[in-house]
Design a protein. Structure first.
Length: 421
């Protein structure tokens, strides 16, 4: 049994959905297929959540109508009949949007944005059934059990495994030809049965969770790139494919911001030695990138990652005393409390500096609290460059004509916080 994950770009329209079916036809094993929202639907659902939470009824209705039209057009192009299943989902979302909002935005976000995955998987399951595939739709909101931390829920692994065994595994244990289980990435549920999400781009993680629960043969993430590349092809023309890398290297790359793999995806697969492949849905017969245990290929090609929209914050005690362990403990508590993740940190005797993603509302709230005890300075409009397995030539090419504010080097990694031109 294999686990596939298809992202939004791979199911963006009817032609893409048919391509998913063509890829499935290349395999004979039982498949678990984890699917994201179609195309840019997650962005659209986030706009709906914003309008709804702001009590902007006019824009909420307009944006909701656009989402319905988008999905109905795909249904029509797939030559499917009017689907009662999708109409039921539209009605459920409309009912939610008709209710009075709570004061918890993260809760409302999860209840609304999660519908993107529910809609996409419903349509794909109906299409696969229409072409005589042995397919069953499973609701991740009843399978992936999590904590109550909305928008970044923690997985309850044992309860999730129990749910997977009593649902998906039970389905596969019935004798017959190839069986296909379709479910949603990104979403789960807490003990109250309320919908939660695993964090933006969390569908990769969902595939990893299910593979761990089922002890899958392998996981394949289908992308619009030929595999894991050493740089972002949006910004560089001469990217090189990494044919084989270790789980460890993949964790490092994802931690530093490589967007091809969600950071939490690797560890469950590493624990059971389940190989992960990143392949192109445009050229599905090509080998792609294999992520596995061996370290021998990791240092062959330098990889570089740019994170945009960074802010460098320097925190100092107001009395110019040393930054000590007590100070750091207090500072870290504020970061954790406000959900601000540190991408890079550096300290001197009287100052502690961090580079973080510039989420304005979270940053402002945190800095206001810290300013009671500390002096705060910051630079925004920055970028963070990380180079794995660097050499001097690569460094000079990438930082040329840039003003470097912070530089850090270890044996395998060089990092630079720079002003954007």
């Amino acid at each position: 049994m294999k686990v596939f994950k298809f992202g939004g770009a791979s199911v963006k329209d009817a032609e893409a959905v048919r391509n998913v079916a063509d890829i499935i036809n290349l395999y004979e094993e039982n498949l678990v297929i984890v699917v994201s929202a179609m195309g840019k639907t997650t962005n659209a659902m986030e706009e709906i959540a914003e309008a709804y939470f702001s009590n902007d009824t006019v824009n909420t209705k307009r944006l909701f109508a656009d989402v319905i039209d988008f999905h109905k057009n795909i249904i029509r192009d797939l030559e499917l009949p009017k689907l009662e299943s999708i109409e039921k989902i539209f009605n459920e979302l409309n009912q939610k949007l008709s209710q009075t909002t709570t004061i918890n935005y993260d809760y409302e976000y999860d209840q609304i944005v999660s519908f993107g995955e529910v809609m996409s998987t419903t349509i794909i399951a109906e299409y696969l059934s229409s072409i005589n595939k042995n397919c069953m739709w499973f609701d991740a909101r009843k399978i992936i059990q999590t904590s109550n931390k909305y928008r970044e829920a923690k997985v309850n692994w044992e309860r999730t495994k129990e749910n997977v065994f009593s649902n998906i595994d039970a389905y596969f244990n019935v004798r017959g030809n190839q069986k296909i289980a379709i479910t949603q990435g990104f979403i789960g549920h807490n003990e109250k049965g309320e919908t939660t999400t695993l964090g933006r781009e969390g569908s990769d993680f969902s595939a990893s969770i299910l593979a761990w629960c089922l002890n899958a043969q392998e996981v394949i993430i289908w992308k619009d790139v030929p595999g894991v590349l050493n740089a972002d092809p949006k910004y560089f023309d001469d990217c090189k494919k990494l044919n084989k890398i270790s789980f460890r290297e993949a964790i490092e790359l994802s931690y530093f911001g490589a967007s091809v793999i969600h950071p939490k995806t690797i560890k469950p697969l590493q624990n059971l030695g389940i190989p992960l492949f990143v392949k192109s849905f445009l050229k599905p017969k090509e080998a792609g990138t294999e992520i596995q245990s061996s370290l021998e290929n990791d240092t062959l090609i330098p990889s570089f990652i740019f994170k945009q929209k960074q802010i460098l914050i320097s925190i100092s005690p107001k009395d110019f005393s040393f930054i000590a362990e007590d100070n750091l403990s207090e500072i870290f508590e504020h970061f954790s409390k406000n959900g601000v993740k540190i991408n890079l940190m550096q300290n001197s005797a009287i100052s502690f500096s961090v580079c973080v993603d510039n989420y304005t509302s979270r940053i402002n709230k945190m800095l206001k609290a810290l300013s009671n005890s500390y002096s705060i300075k910051y630079n925004d409009g920055l970028e963070l460059l990380t180079i794995r397995h660097y050499d001097d030539k690569t460094i000079q090419q990438l930082i040329a004509n840039k003003e470097v504010l912070v530089e850090q080097k270890s044996r395998h990694t060089a990092r630079f916080v720079m002003k954007i031109d």
